[in-house]
Write a protein that binds this ligand. Structure first.
Ligand SMILES: C[S@@+](CC[C@H](N)C(=O)[O-])C[C@H]1O[C@@H](n2cnc3c(N)ncnc32)[C@H](O)[C@@H]1O
Length: 360
């Protein structure tokens, strides 16, 4: 640790800790929202009393949605940001795209991150040293490049003087009826974040999140097959009840197994409203998510509004292009999970006032 960094940490140690119970309206904790998408992190942190002072998002469609909802157009390409131009902040958050690091890297730290978008997060941290960093990524990130990607990121954050913790969390443990596992990395200047202290909420049923009325796309009876004795799968909470009768692959398929190609393709699968919904992915632009309502005896498509609800979005202004909206929501974050983390960082005293000096 350099002399300047040591001095900075000594100063932080003497600062008052934010009270976990209050939202500190007069001195809100300031954060920057990187890879902001449609602002999932922002909604969660604002609900916990944090204040957004800067955002960055390169995609024009996301920028428009962000502006419609937060009255602020995010800065574009993160690679063009000069860290010293960002206003003062204490917390950095972002769900960054997962990219492989160059195989030529040997140091397994900061230098290995060059040429990736994580490098841009690291160079902002290096210049501004926020007290807290919260990052989110897809589940397979843990095994990406045989675990090397995660290792380099953790080593880089350690090299930048942080206590780093990470954990796989499922949205279904935080009051949402969605089986959505994501990795969360929390880096703190004060001490390790204790994920085990997160307040969990029992998994609700999908039926409690459904629109009461609407122009539902209901399938005809001959368009699907229901299976006998469906069971709840654990720990996902999914109840697979049937599949759509789409065309089967016939070529190169063993006799009497062709129906399996229907069953195993995610857009063909149908789930009960008494369980959870599978992860809303970012690749599905036509919203082929089908649910079975046994009370009404029909199979219908989940509406876009319901997709927002099972990610924790409320009263959100969606985009006028439906395909883009499906992509955006699948790329976003489960809001209650981020909210629980943000709340717990306050409880654990990881946020103190007056932070984020420019270190040059
Ligand atoms: C996984 S999504 C994050 C979504 C966000 N957490 C939300 O709640 O909607 C990653 C985002 O990074 C954005 N992105 C990719 N490259 C970028 C760059 N060079 N500068 C800024 N944003 C970028 C993408 O457009 C995408 O919206």
């Amino acid at each position: 640790m350099t002399y300047t960094q040591r001095k900075q940490r000594d100063l932080w140690e003497r600062e008052p800790i934010f009270s976990p119970s209050s939202n500190n309206k007069n001195y809100p904790v300031k954060f920057i929202d990187l890879f902001a998408g449609i602002g999932g992190f922002r909604i969660a942190l604002e609900k916990e009393g944090f204040k957004c002072v800067f955002s960055s998002e390169i995609n024009k469609h996301c920028q428009k949605v962000y502006e419609d909802n937060f009255k602020e157009k995010p800065y574009g390409d993160i690679t063009k940001i000069n860290p010293i131009d960002i206003p003062q902040f204490e917390v950095l958050v972002g769900g960054f795209p997962c990219q492989p690091f160059s195989i030529s890297g040997h140091k397994k730290g900061f230098d290995d991150t060059r040429g990736t978008l994580f490098f841009d997060i690291a160079r902002i941290i290096d210049k501004r040293h926020p007290k807290l960093v919260i990052l989110e990524n897809v589940k397979h990130f843990i095994h990406h490049d045989k675990g090397r990607t995660l290792r380099i990121i953790i080593n880089t954050l350690k090299e930048l003087d942080y206590f780093v913790s990470y954990q796989l969390l499922n949205a279904n443990d935080f009051g949402l009826p969605q089986n959505r596992e994501r990795i969360f990395i929390v880096a703190s200047k004060i001490q390790y974040f204790q994920f085990e202290k997160l307040q969990k909420i029992p998994t609700p049923q999908l039926k409690d999140f459904l629109d009461k009325k609407g122009d539902f796309e209901i399938l005809k009876k001959e368009e699907y097959t229901l299976i006998k004795n469906p069971k709840v799968q654990q720990p996902s909470g999914l109840i697979f009840v049937g599949y759509r009768n789409k065309n089967c692959w016939k070529k190169g398929v063993r006799p009497n197994t062709s129906h399996l190609s229907r069953v195993h393709r995610q857009p063909n699968r149908i789930y009960s409203i008494h369980g959870t919904h599978p992860t809303i992915p970012s690749q599905e632009t036509s919203g082929r998510f089908f649910i079975y309502n046994d009370e009404k005896q029909y199979v219908r498509k989940l509406t876009l509004n319901e997709c927002y609800k099972i990610m924790g979005f409320e009263n959100f202004k969606p985009y006028h292009l439906v395909a883009e909206s499906y992509k955006q929501i699948g790329n976003s974050v489960a809001i209650p999970v981020i909210r629980a983390i943000a709340k717990e960082t306050k409880n654990q005293g990881l946020i103190r006032r007056n932070c984020c000096e420019v270190i040059v």
